[in-house]
Design a protein around this ligand. Structure first.
Ligand code: HEC
Ligand code: HEC
Length: 271
């Protein structure tokens, strides 16, 4: 009698490996399909009509704190040297109009449409020729349409710049952290490429300015780093509300170790 190539027992064992490998493959596929990709935005060209509409919006929504000509008051800074980039950042991240004096401006849902934000930025930008302008797509784009890094962009260098200049406030993976005086550095998960550039150029709140310290290439590398650690935020799949290590550990134990136990028992019962 000839021996079969695989005994029924070994065949069963191989089929359980096969099921496990297949399950892992499917999980991996689902994760990569859901993982976020890069984004790109365009800077709008300024027209006289935009400036006029922006002026009207400014008088209604900003002048009570920043003054009728954006010159600043005792409660809010002069916006003329801050320019279009600062307005696009502050209003685009929902920080302005500030809801309550004395509170740190927090990122929230923008109060205005992008069209209105462009108008406000055009108006404030028109007050000074030397203030920072909204960056062009070329200054902020680090990935092509397929989400691949554009050649020449160096994530590793961006990471070095980040750990030397940003990690002390934003934490090494960009999760943010507390600063002195009840202030906080925000997590960097939501800022778009353009907003990261604008934050570097316009120094919001307690953040120092990196306009001169980092050249255009450095800024691209930093944007690439910040947007690439972002996909690492939820490396294991479901973030469980980002509550931190305790619930993550609990889920790890219950599902992971529990699952392994069930698997062991299952294998044991088959042999
Ligand atoms: C309730 C008062 C208040 C209103 C209304 C308000 N701001 Fe502000 N704004 C402030 C204060 C205070 C600061 C400085 C605090 C900070 O930078 O976090 C500030 C900071 C800014 C900055 C950053 C300036 C810098 O030095 O970097 C910009 C740009 C700005 N505001 C634009 C606007 C625009 C545009 C509007 C209207 C849509 C507006 N603000 C409405 C109080 C206000
Ligand atoms: C001294 C602490 C400090 C350092 C250093 C610092 N930041 Fe910040 N950063 C802040 C604070 C505080 C804010 C929030 C500003 C506000 O209150 O409106 C901020 C805001 C930001 C935002 C906007 C986030 C959002 O979602 O709106 C980005 C992006 C950012 N920082 C990137 C960087 C990068 C990149 C570096 C290094 C090159 C850096 N920061 C260095 C403190 C810091």
């Amino acid at each position: 009698m000839t021996t079969p190539f695989l005994s029924p027992q070994r065949r069963r064992r191989f089929s359980s490996y096969f099921v496990l490998a297949l399950a892992l493959l499917i999980l991996g596929g689902v994760y990569s399909a859901l993982a976020p990709t890069g984004y790109a935005q365009d800077a709008a060209a300024t027209t006289a009509d935009q400036v006029a509409k922006g002026h009207d919006l400014f008088i209604l929504n900003c002048s009570s704190c920043h003054g009728l000509n954006a010159e600043g008051t005792t409660v809010a800074p002069d916006l003329r040297p801050e320019g279009a980039a600062a307005v696009d950042f502050q209003v685009g991240t929902g920080r302005m109009p500030l809801k309550q004096l004395g509170m740190q401006a927090k990122r929230s849902i923008p109060h205005f449409t992008q069209e209105q934000i462009d108008q406000l930025a055009a108006y404030v930008g028109s007050l000074s020729a030397t203030s920072p302008k909204i960056p062009s797509a070329g200054q902020t784009t680090v990935r092509d349409a397929n989400g691949q890094l554009i050649s020449g962009v160096d994530v590793a260098k961006g990471g070095r710049i980040f750990s030397e200049n940003c990690a002390q406030c934003h934490n090494v993976v960009g999760q943010g952290g507390a600063l002195t005086g009840g202030m906080a550095a925000p997590e960097l998960r939501l800022a778009t490429d353009k907003q990261i550039w604008e934050a570097l150029a316009t120094a919001p709140g307690n953040m120092p300015s990196f306009m001169k310290q980092l050249n255009d290439k450095d800024k691209l590398d930093v944007i690439a780093y910040v947007t690439s650690i972002r996909s690492n935020f939820d490396k294991g799949g479901n973030p469980i509300g980002r509550l931190g290590p305790v619930p993550e550990g609990a889920v790890g134990w219950i599902l992971g170790v529990g699952g392994l136990l069930v698997f062991c028992v299952w294998i044991g019962s088959r042999i």
